[in-house]
Design a protein around this ligand. Structure first.
Ligand code: UDX
Length: 443
């Protein structure tokens, strides 16, 4: 098929590369000329395992190209994906400016049938707005032309996005006629081989599915974080509780890890946007408001433990920080729990010696050079002369460290573990002060 994808961000690049890999001809369009130029030279702007190779190979095979030329891309394709950003507005709702700008441009240049697919995470009712925007442009031109708008939300996890696209658990399609359903079956056939993973539904249900999925997962995490805080008070261990409840298949083991809060580009933004949708319809999202509030508080829990341990005296203290990205296998630091933690430490006059396997450049980009931040070349280098070790992201490389070395490098053998990675009793026995989440130490 001939496919165009508007927006060469995270979702657009993964979608484009994977669709090209199965033999489609894909044009990715972006308004950022510099980004497009760099992509054409083979520089992929994000870190996602496997994406670099996929993009380079498909560019070499001439199945994937990058351009700023929207008119060319519209003329070329039968299927057009909208995968541009939907950043939060000041009030938390999704800003549809970029989505509707693409719709407008499609309407201005449409000369034959196109299937327009909303891939961006957009509130319920957006497909109708896209349709109305395209139609208004056609009307202005006095052109009568059939087109379809489809909702096809993505469920890609950063760090595992290629696998998620190639082997999805489900492909959600919101469509309003049989022809377009058939087209979607054809488009997704290469990813739908063993059994049918296409779930075709009405457009509004598809739009809501995306938000409901992310809000449900965020709810599970906030629930566990709330339980973890109680576990600390009552002398229980949240890790035991997790195993105890996860073994009930109705609950399941996924997304019930307590920690220092969820981050990333999706959960915080999508929970807020869904809350906003409730308000727009005159309703109150009681549960979702609590999910956000619990998460914000949870992002402060590690600092509270550190503050308590050092009896409020953090001036001049040095902290080894392991993990900056919001989760492993990405360099993404959007809403990362490392950020409020570092900022609170700086505010209190402390120094941070940080290491992350992938997010060092991103940290430099966000915070620039500052006297109270040292970016270290290795986890070990970050430990040198530090008053305590703080673990914020559960990268594999942090899971089984040399505790003897940690003990010898730190000024005090203190570990604050925001991801419950280590054996609580063993560390205590080996002379560490070990603070985890929901495992006995009170805040
Ligand atoms: C999420 C959804 O999983 C994905 O389907 C959707 O398309 C986009 O949003 P992502 O943001 O990449 O993906 O990350 P995810 O792996 O879901 O983790 C989100 C956050 O929750 C991370 O900060 C992670 O550390 C945290 N988390 C996850 C927990 O604190 N506990 C858990 O049990 C699971």
């Amino acid at each position: 098929m001939r496919i165009s994808i508007f927006g060469s961000g995270y979702v657009g690049l993964v979608t484009g590369a994977c669709l090209a890999e199965v033999g489609n001809h894909v044009i990715c369009v972006d308004v950022d000329a510099q980004k497009v130029a760099r992509l054409n030279q083979g520089h992929v702007p994000i870190h996602e395992p496997g994406l670099d190779d996929l993009i380079k190979n498909n560019m070499a095979e001439k199945r994937l190209e990058f351009t700023t030329d929207a008119i060319k891309a519209i003329a070329f394709s039968e299927v057009i994906f909208i995968a541009v950003g939907t950043p939060p507005d000041e009030d938390g709702s999704a800003d549809l400016r970029y989505v509707l700008a693409v719709a407008q441009s499609i309407g201005q240049h449409l000369t034959e049938y196109k299937a327009i697919i909303d891939k961006s995470t957009v509130p319920v009712g957006t497909a109708d707005k896209v349709r109305a925007t395209v139609q208004a442009e056609l009307n202005k031109r006095g052109v009568q032309q059939r087109f379809d708008v489809i909702s096809n939300p993505e469920f890609l996890k950063e760090g595992a996005a290629i696998g998620d696209f190639m082997r999805p658990d489900r492909i959600i399609i919101g469509a309003d006629n049989a022809d377009v359903e058939e087209l979607m079956h054809e488009l997704y056939a290469p990813f739908n081989r063993n059994h049918d993973r296409l779930l075709i539904m009405d457009i509004r249900s598809a739009e809501l599915t995306k938000y409901a999925a992310n809000a449900m997962l965020a709810t599970k995490i906030s629930f566990m974080n709330e339980m973890a805080n109680l576990a600390e008070r009552v002398g229980a261990d949240i890790e035991q509780v997790r195993l105890g409840i996860g073994s009930d298949p109705r609950i399941g083991f996924g997304f019930i890890y307590a920690g220092c809060g969820y981050g990333g580009s999706c959960f915080p933004k999508d929970v807020n946007a869904l809350e906003r949708t409730f308000r727009e319809y005159g309703m109150e999202a009681q549960l979702l408001t609590a999910v956000s509030a619990v998460n914000q508080r949870q992002q402060q829990v590690m600092f509270a433990k550190i503050h308590n341990h050092f009896k409020g005296d953090l001036q001049g203290k040095r902290f080894a920080l392991w993990g900056l990205a919001f989760k492993p296998n990405t360099d993404d630091m959007r809403e990362a729990p490392s950020r409020p933690l570092m900022e609170a430490l700086w505010q209190a006059g402390a120094q941070v010696q940080a290491y992350d396997p992938k997010a060092m450049d991103e940290t430099r980009r966000i915070y620039g050079e500052r006297a109270d931040l040292t970016l270290c070349d290795s986890p070990e280098a970050a430990l040198q002369g530090a008053d305590a070790l703080l673990v914020v992201t559960e990268w594999q490389v942090f899971r089984s460290p040399d505790f003897k070395l940690i003990h010898s490098q730190l000024k005090n053998p203190v570990i604050f573990d925001g991801r419950n990675l280590y054996n609580y009793n063993r560390l205590k026995k080996n002379g560490f002060s070990y603070y985890a989440i929901g495992r006995g130490d009170k805040v």
